[in-house]
Ligand binder design. Structure first.
Ligand code: IMP
Ligand code: MG
Length: 200
């Protein structure tokens, strides 16, 4: 499967997966097009799950979900992983109620579980400037895990300010603001089952 998304694929005027009329109406005011469909996401998540299960066989794997944006991807990915795994969560915030990235990253809910000597896989929604991930990697390393790697559903390499390495990428996308499948605009649209481009 080619996971480098370069083109908008489906016009919103013919939505396939919208579950409720109000979602459809709200979407039209904010988006142009669906960028990654529900079935493309599902296929890629299953691929990533298989790859991670192979790479982490015989490890003390901890999936570290990054709230809130990573939650939808996290819950699908954990079920695509077929080896024993622990789940932990952290909530950080770098965005206000707009589309502007910030280097002021803040921990809202810290990591409660024991990560010492564990093989941690950070599960992110998107890596944009890299500020959040860079902050998170520093935070996680203070908990003395055996290893820390990163799995991000989306990667916007064209926006990078801080160099960060991502071990598993779901889809590489252009510099567009996206919503859905966990990603928000002003805390809305996280429940859309696909990824769409935000219009404004
Ligand atoms: P970064 O610190 O700039 O890499 O971005 C961190 C966070 O900004 C991500 O984890 C998202 O929560 C949010 N973000 C970045 N780009 C987008 C986008 O296109 N749509 C929605 N949220 C985004
Ligand atoms: Mg995030």
């Amino acid at each position: 499967m080619d996971w480098r998304i370069k083109q908008l694929t489906i016009e919103l005027s013919a939505p396939k997966n919208i579950r409720a009329r109000e979602l459809s109406t709200a979407m039209k005011s904010r988006t142009q097009s669906i960028l990654i469909t529900e079935s493309q996401i599902g296929e890629r998540v299953r691929e990533l799950g298989r790859e991670i299960s192979g790479d982490y066989a015989n490890s003390d794997l901890v999936l570290l979900g990054v709230l809130k944006g990573g939650v939808v991807f996290f819950t699908d990915l954990m079920r695509a992983v077929s080896i024993p795994v622990r789940c932990e969560f952290v909530q950080i915030e770098s965005y206000g109620a707009n589309c502007v990235s910030s280097e002021n990253v803040e921990v809202i809910h810290g990591i409660k579980g024991n990560l010492r000597n564990a093989d941690v896989l950070v599960v992110e929604d998107i890596v944009d400037t890299g500020h959040s991930l860079n902050f998170l990697m520093n935070y996680v390393s203070t908990l003395q895990p055996a290893s820390v790697r990163v799995c991000s559903l989306l990667d916007k390499p064209g926006r990078r300010v801080v160099p960060v390495s991502i071990d598993y990428v779901g889809f590489e996308i252009d510099d567009v603001f996206v919503i859905g499948y966990g990603l928000d605009y002003n805390q809305q649209y996280r429940n859309l089952p696909y990824v769409a481009v935000c219009d404004d």
